[in-house]
Design a protein around this ligand. Sequence first.
Ligand code: COS
Length: 389
Amino acid sequence: MKASTDHLALPFFDDTHRALGRDLAEWAPLQQVDESDDRRACRQWVRLLGDGGWLRYCVPGSAGGALDKLDSRALVILRETLAFHSPLADFAFAMQGLGSGAITLAGTPAQQAAYLPAVARGDKIAAFALSEPDAGSDAGAMTTSADQSDGGWALNGSKTWISNGDIADFYVTFAKTDRGAGTRGITAFIVDAGNPGLDSSEHIAVMAPHPLATLKFAHCKLPDAAQLGALNGGFKLAMQTLDIFRASVAAAALGMARRALFEAVRFSRERKMFGQTLADFQLTQAKIGEMAALIDAAALLTYRAAWLRDDSQARGAGKRITAEAAMAKMTATENAQRVIDMALQMHGGLGVKVGSKVESLYRDIRSLRIYEGATEVQQLIIGKAVLQS
Ligand code: COS
């Protein structure tokens, strides 16, 4: 089954995006990955996505990327299409981008050369380590610290909910370098897996399985060259990275919602009851109408956020699109949850049967309303922006 590409005709996209979307829609359904073991499956998806050339959209052209700069609309098309077919494929793709995004934005030429081409080939798996047991939404409240030591740095503390935890080859990690300075006292570092001061063995099992772990840093020694971006500039760097990827989380939700609608339409046309098909009932038509409108509303906000960022980058304006990305992420993830719930309800008992597509989508979508800024954080970001305007 092929994802629809009708939306690519919208004026947010250009012909490069349209070709990308059509090629990926052909490629994705041909891939076969046994997802019963999420860690093994994730590695396999990274391999396939790397060999297919799709991970080249996670890095800029100077580092082996497909396009000159990170292109938000390309990321949106990739995530939407992959999530339609396999939320785990989307996860593997997205983490290569999120985990290396700060290196693209702020890495030295040596750091970019050491990590980005390998990320684009699928030879190195990336991770982004920001959240802590007591600092999730309030990222500035982190306590993991980095202190200068023996001509380098020593990290101490812990990070949790780290996607790709224990399968990543490196972790872009944020730590306090000036404890009294709040968000202005955080610096980013690149920590390679295998560093003896890093323990990533504590795995976290979640309702839609994907690789997740807690990281513990105990006098984790890093050379000066591991510092990423400006000293005490880490919070802004984290936020800038999230600005790129939040709109793409919206796209992943959109792909899952489109798949739920596809399943609902297919099922309602086939399912017979009371002498007609489920689709013949006005109640079903009303639900399908509502689902389609929720999807289109989410799509337009998502494409707008991606287009605004690309347009601002192209003009060198560097305008922040935090509020627009937040609107897209909040609306697309919340709408997708509703759409998937409606699709599941339409399937009746089959909807809750383990192994049915709507059952797994129902679990897959849930965490998107939480990670990379929960819905409530998006509301806060949008509200602040409106009040400041
Ligand atoms: N781009 C650049 N700079 C940004 C920025 C962005 N998108 N967002 C904030 N900043 C800057 C601000 O301009 C401010 O700079 P100054 O110190 O120079 O004034 C600084 O960062 C602090 O901003 P603010 O005061 O808004 O920070 P808060 O501590 O109030 O936190 C929220 C803001 C809640 C929005 C932030 O902590 C957040 O996004 N939390 C969610 C984190 C998250 O997504 N976690 C999931 C991790 S990945 S799975």
